[in-house]
Design a protein around this ligand. Sequence first.
Ligand SMILES: Nc1nc2c(ncn2[C@@H]2O[C@H](COP(=O)(O)OP(=O)(O)O)[C@@H](O)[C@H]2O)c(=O)[nH]1
Ligand SMILES: [Mg+2]
Length: 232
Amino acid sequence: MLACWVASGRVLSRSPVARTPGSALRCLAGAHTFERAAERIEFVGSFSNWTSMPASRLPEIALFGRSNVGKSSALNCLAGRSRTKVARVSKTPGCTTAINLYRAGNVCTVCDLPGYGFAKRGKELQEEWGRAISDYVAEREQLRVMVAFVDPRHGPKDNDANFFAWLRDFKIKDARLITVATKVDALKPNEVEGRLLELQAAYGLREMPLPFSSVTGAGRSQLWRAIEGAAD
Ligand SMILES: Nc1nc2c(ncn2[C@@H]2O[C@H](COP(=O)(O)OP(=O)(O)O)[C@@H](O)[C@H]2O)c(=O)[nH]1
Ligand SMILES: [Mg+2]
């Protein structure tokens, strides 16, 4: 699908992002505002494209990654494991076909985006998704942080490499992109760093992906802190 997005030759530069007073308010409230607000994450709605999404002045965090990489599970983990799940998780890849929007109090919104790289749904539908996501990234003014999930269990993948190449065309500041290696619970502890360094090199990332597990909650606080830092 990403190949289609890239091949479509769309104009990809993002509109300038307007600053909201949110960052100043968060400074006054102190650190970890995002992590505390996570307990209040609520589902807002499913949208087929950005034009139908409600306008908001809160900074938005978008979750990117292949189908089945663990985006929705990560959102449930970020929302706190003690509470009822907010996002639907499926064993069938390609289950999230819409832009699912969530809101964490008056602090931020979170977008669980359809995954890429799953062929079964047919080329036409995938192209439609690609267009919807390209438009979302290019046009959604409050999009502040892009969290890209990768799976460190299987080594570098072409569709992830295509994704990072596609993202570079938007000329988004490096500080706005956080790469997360999820499912690290499935790796032996002594192989985690080697796998993450391999992905960093393969995808040309400035930093090593952040190790994360929705099963154990490893990396949860670190990810919220990274998001909070990137949102300002
Ligand atoms: N072991 C392990 N499995 C996970 C983790 N996160 C997600 N999964 C599993 O991976 C599958 C896909 O997860 P999902 O969150 O729906 O992926 P999405 O398509 O990217 O939203 C599900 O079977 C999850 O239970 C994780 O951190 N560790
Ligand atoms: Mg999902």
